[in-house]
Every structure is written in structure tokens, then in C-alpha cells.
Design a protein around this ligand. Structure first.
Ligand code: ATP
Ligand code: MG
Length: 297
């Protein structure tokens, strides 16, 4: 059951539509993004991405620097709009967890022919605001906490904009701080916390909105290896219960193998392969994938 579907998504940066078409014509002939940049001057973010992300899966997007990972994930909350293509999201997938009752999770039928799926590129400003408040949350690489707000205020922020009462949002924030292993720190400020603790706050803030889709762009990459491993474990433990649809960006194949149920490999803006770690290990689509998976038992 798909939650998110990208259809023929291409992104050519800093080009008008005629210029983008000329770059895409070269890409269609098989030219790689470096050569396209050399010949046309335009940067290829993504080319012709078709990707289905299932409801409730932890899906890793992996690739070297510049392969298009951030470009891809930023399309999902429309921080970036594509040059062409469609993005369908089922807005009725239910992974609500505050009631600690997961029985209704992921029960909706999903594909774009269902009336429940929307092409998010067609949302107007108000609908987009609603989509960002109710459907997608993001955890950032450098935590993105508001420095003059306490831990509690940071976590409760997404609920404040929903006009929830102070007592209710503080109760929810406290619940999620506890879930990520941060108790008794609610009155601290971000700069009083270690990096690992700050990212736990970032995670609690994203989870507190209870949105079904969690976007994580290199969320653990800034952390020391030991702390990073702890956060990975914590995420996996939470996900066992939460059943969110998580899109997790990493350039670290070990991290992708550890946390990802499926992994999509990007290279030069193209999607090379999507599969389970075992699929990639046993049937790599090309040398690039094979090199990543080599020696990964
Ligand atoms: N705002 C922008 N303007 C022009 N080109 C851009 C812009 N953002 C990204 N690009 C280009 O698009 C390509 C993909 O970049 P992207 O940031 O998505 O890669 P990434 O896989 O996230 O890399 P990293 O691992 O370094 O974060 C790169 O060639 C990059 O230079
Ligand atoms: Mg990036």
C-alpha cells in the first residue's frame, strides 16, 4: 500500500522551462548530470524519479554528496517544486498514536486512483499550510531548534500553531520528551544540551504533531558515532510502535542497512535501484550499488 508516489519527477535548478527542456532532452539520451551541467550550465537535481513509498515503512534514500537526496526529500513537503512530474500523497493514512491506540493505523486503500490521494503540487497556499501542519513533519540535520525557546516550547511549537490550549500541548510535549528519553529537561534551552540531546528534542518536536509522514534529512549525520547509534536504535524502537511512514536520508550505507526496510539509491539525480538491503546485496542494479554493498554481510 503506497503512501507517497513520485511520478516522473525531474528538477533542473535555475532554468526556465525551455532551458530545462533542453537539459532534460540530454538526460533522456543518457547523458549524466555532470556532462549536462558542463554543456548547458544547469544543475540537475533529479531526473525522472518514479518511486513509491509504502505506508508505515522506513524508507532510506542513499547516495553520495550531490546525488539529489535533499532535493528529493524537500519535494515531499514542497520546500522545492519540481520542473516536471507529480507527487501523490494519501492524506487519509492514519498513524495517529497519541491515544496509544494503533489499531487504525494504515487501513486506508492507497493509490492515486483513490479519491484519498492528492497531487500535492496542486495545493493552494491554505491547503499547503494544512498539509504541512497535519501530514508531514521534518527532522533537520542541524536540529533546527529555536534557541530562545525552552525544550518544552520547542516541542510544543507545532501544536501552538494548531491553536491547542497550553495545558494540552504541554502534556503532549511532555509525553514525547519522555518517549525520546528526555525527562526533566523541559525548562532547559537548546544550547545547554549536547548534540544528541538536541536531536532528541528535534525528534520529539516532529513526533508531537502526530503527522503520519516523518522526513529526516541526514538527521543523525552530525552526531558522534556512539550517540548516532543510540539515536538509530531509538528511532527503530519508536517506529515499532508508531508505524509512521519515514523517509530517511543518509549518505552512510551502514546506517541505511541498519534502519531501512527498503533503500533507494540515487546517483547523479537518477534513481538507480529500490529494494530491501538483501535485494541490493544479491541483485545490485549496477557497479555503483555493488560497490556500496560489497563487504556488507
Ligand atoms: N539551490 C540550488 N541551486 C542550484 N543547484 C542546486 C541547488 N540545490 C542543489 N543543487 C544541485 O543539485 C544537485 C543535488 O543536490 P542535493 O543537495 O539534492 O544533493 P544531496 O544528495 O543532498 O547531497 P549532500 O549529501 O551533499 O547533502 C547537486 O548537483 C547540487 O549542486
Ligand atoms: Mg543533502
Amino acid at each position: 500500500m503506497n503512501h507517497i508516489q513520485l511520478k516522473n519527477i525531474s528538477k533542473i535548478y535555475n532554468a526556465n522551462s525551455t532551458q530545462a527542456q533542453s537539459a532534460m532532452a540530454l538526460l533522456a539520451e543518457g547523458m549524466d548530470s555532470v556532462a549536462v551541467k558542463e554543456q548547458t550550465g544547469y544543475s540537475v537535481g533529479l531526473y525522472d524519479i518514479n518511486l513509491n513509498i509504502k505506508a508505515g515503512e522506513l524508507h532510506c534514500i542513499m547516495g553520495l554528496s550531490g546525488s539529489g537526496k535533499s532535493t528529493l526529500i524537500r519535494h515531499l513537503n514542497r520546500l522545492i517544486d519540481p520542473t516536471s512530474g507529480e507527487i501523490w500523497v494519501n492524506t487519509t493514512v492514519n498513524t495517529k498514536t497519541h491515544a496509544k491506540d494503533n489499531t487504525q493505523a494504515n487501513t486506508a486503500p492507497v493509490d492515486e486512483s483513490s479519491s484519498n490521494a492528492i497531487n500535492i503540487l496542486e495545493l493552494n497556499d491554505k491547503q499547503l499550510q494544512h498539509y504541512r501542519q497535519q501530514t508531514v513533519s521534518m527532522v533537520f540535520q542541524h536540529f533546527g531548534l529555536v534557541p530562545h525557546m525552552t525544550v518544552m516550547q520547542n516541542v510544543a511549537y507545532g501544536l501552538r500553531v494548531r491553536k491547542m490550549s497550553v495545558s494540552e500541548r504541554h502534556e503532549i510535549a511532555r509525553y514525547w520528551l519522555n518517549e525520546v528519553g528526555l525527562t526533566n529537561l523541559e525548562h532547559s534551552y537548546p544550547d545547554e544540551l549536547s548534540g544528541g540531546m538536541q536531536q532528541r528534542v528535534g525528534l520529539a518536536r516532529a513526533l508531537a504533531t502526530d503527522n503520519p509522514i516523518l522526513l529526516m534529512d541526514e538527521a543523525f549525520s552530525a552526531l558522534d558515532p556512539l550517540i548516532r547509534a543510540q539515536l538509530q536504535d531509538q528511532l527503530l524502537e519508536l517506529q515499532e510502535r508508531l508505524n509512521k511512514t519515514i523517509v530517511f536520508i543518509t549518505h552512510d550505507i551502514d546506517e541505511a542497512i541498519k534502519v531501512g526496510q527498503r533503500i533507494s539509491i540515487l546517483n547523479g539525480g537518477r534513481l538507480i535501484q529500490t529494494g530491501t538491503p538483501n535485494d541490493l546485496r544479491h541483485n545490485p542494479a549496477d557497479d555503483y550499488v555493488e560497490q556500496f554493498m560489497r563487504a556488507k554481510a
